[in-house]
Design a protein around this ligand. Structure first.
Ligand code: BES
Ligand code: MN
Ligand code: ZN
Length: 497
């Protein structure tokens, strides 16, 4: 499904979607349809439990001249923001699919009192439709046709079609990044493993991203004992992928923005093995890396005026005769030694070397890492917000604001000496789990902080938000692509020239 934009002509479409304000008053397009359909719409706009509230739909079928007229509740015009229009777009797609519609037009106009321009209303509806129409169905070979989505064409009718198209072009690039992430996260671990995921990164070359892949021998030379220890039980070779997007001529002293992702392509827990219940979910333990890859895709596709580096540590955490044991001591690239108390606390080991490498090689302006790091963050925040940990108030504040703006919200947690102490170790510099007194997400973040010097840094624990069991308007259940829209907004809002 690809949205298109056209000048208003409701007679052209067999199925039309028109807006109704809360309370049942009609938009101009709804009035036009109402006149031709002999008053059907004004009646429907106040019946059957429909009252024009945000998120409500009513379907009139068949109606004179049209196969179907869909009434979309807009709510109160003055409160509507871009996110509402995106949700509306996603909900329209769902409604049309449920009604087995293949082609439809949405009548867009400047909703009364709404602060968005008509072009922005149309572009945001289209953006939401694109995000909401996503489905990971490549492995369903026997799905009956009458269960498959029907919608092929959604035309946004607006007087500002050209402007809307231009605004949508940018959204479309971001959406491509989000969908790329969702695909990667949804793929099973026999398909997306460290080597094939590195191959997916390589594909960004065609967008102008410079991609460098380090294998195990290179990482060994760099001393990345923490990352390599996690992958040593796997048949797949661990990889560190460095993606660079240079969207502006760097002036002297210009530092790149850096994003680092946890890419555990499958997390069995290793020798500290996980229970088998729900272990299949651990295919999406590369959600942080997936988000970084999708972000690079989005930024490069829309030619962001910023210099950005994305680094992902790709490993598979397996138990085997060559796997690392609880109690093993590894030496990280930073020189710090780590006692691996629990082989299931592997993400932080991967990030320890990826963070150090990124800081050491790029001297970035800041580093934001994303990781499905702890089950404890799900206990704290469920799937509602990602956990935010940072050594820099400005960066934290900006991430918070970007999260609110794109509905990928975060919530900040504390860091501090009292928590840092909990990962002190008797036989090495640090241990990879806390001392049992709790705060599992914070001690994980404290561990990461030991591998960051003075660089402004933020860690997003996305274990609760990378995957969703519930359908939402613009995020169907499954891989959410969380982080792409958040970080794209962070870059656009604060760091582009
Ligand atoms: N990948 C998991 C965290 C996770 C759990 C992500 C559930 C998504 C859903 C991580 O590697 C892990 O196993 N963390 C342990 C740490 C513990 C051993 C200190 C956890 O959270 O239980
Ligand atoms: Mn684990
Ligand atoms: Zn993990």
């Amino acid at each position: 499904m690809k949205p298109t934009f056209a000048k208003p002509d409701l007679s052209k479409a067999k199925t039309v979607v028109v807006g109704i304000y809360e309370g049942g008053s009609l938009t101009a397009a709804a009035k036009e349809v109402d006149t031709k359909a002999g008053g059907l719409i004004s009646k429907a706009a106040k019946s059957g439990g429909f009252s024009g509230k945000k998120g409500q739909f009513s379907v009139v079928v068949p109606a004179r001249g049209w196969d179907m007229i869909v009434l979309a509740g807009l709510g109160k015009g003055k409160d509507l923001i871009d996110l509402d229009m995106q949700n509306l777009g996603g909900a329209i797609v769902k409604t049309l699919n449920a009604k087995r519609v293949a082609t439809a037009s949405v009548a867009v106009e400047k909703w009364k009192e709404c602060k968005l321009s008509e072009a922005d209303i149309a572009a945001n509806i289209a953006y939401g439709a694109t995000l909401g129409a996503y489905r990971f169905d490549k492995y369903r070979t026997k799905e009956e046709d009458d269960k498959k989505p029907t919608l092929k064409e959604l035309s946004l009718q607006t007087d500002d079609a050209a402007k809307a198209k231009t605004a949508y072009d940018r959204f479309e690039k971001i959406a491509e990044g989000v969908l790329f992430t969702r695909d990667l996260v949804s793929e099973p671990a026999n398909v997306i493993h460290p080597e094939s995921l590195a191959g997916e990164c390589k594909k960004l070359t065609k967008l102008g991203v410079k991609v460098k892949i380090l294998g195990e021998s290179e990482m060994k030379k760099l001393g990345m004992g923490a990352l390599l220890g996690v992958g040593q039980g796997s048949e797949f070779e661990s990889q560190l992928v460095v993606m660079e997007w240079n969207g502006t001529k760097a002036a002297k002293g210009d530092k790149p923005l850096a994003f680092v992702g946890k890419g555990v392509c499958f997390d069995t827990g290793g020798i500290s093995i996980k229970p088998s219940n729900n272990m299949e979910e651990m295919k999406w333990d590369m959600g942080g890396a997936g988000a970084v890859i999708g972000l690079m895709h989005a930024l490069a596709a829309r030619k962001a005026k910023a210099n950005v580096v994305g680094v992902v540590g790709l490993v598979e955490n397996m138990p085997s005769g060559t796997a690392q044991r609880p109690g093993d001591v590894v030496t990280s690239m930073s020189g710090q030694t780590i006692e691996v108390i629990n082989t299931d606390a592997e993400g932080r080991l991967v990030l320890a070397d990826a963070l150090w490498y990124t800081q050491d090689r790029f001297k970035p302006k800041f580093i934001v890492d994303l990781a499905t790091l702890t089950g404890a963050i799900i206990t704290a925040l469920a799937g509602v917000r990602a956990g935010l940990f940072s050594n820099d108030d400005q960066l934290a504040e900006r991430l918070f604001k970007a999260g609110e703006a794109v509905a990928e919200p975060v919530w900040r947690f504390p860091l501090g000496d009292e928590y840092d102490k909990m990962i002190n170790c008797d036989i090495a510099d640090v241990r990879n789990v806390g001392d049992g007194s709790g705060a599992g997400s914070i001690t994980a973040a404290q561990f990461l902080q030991r591998f960051v010097n003075d660089t402004p840094w933020a860690h997003l624990d996305i274990a609760g938000v990378a995957w969703s069991k519930k359908d939402k308007d613009i995020t169907p259940k499954g891989g959410t692509g969380y982080g792409v829209r958040l970080l794209e907004r962070l870059v656009a809002e604060y760091y582009e020239k």
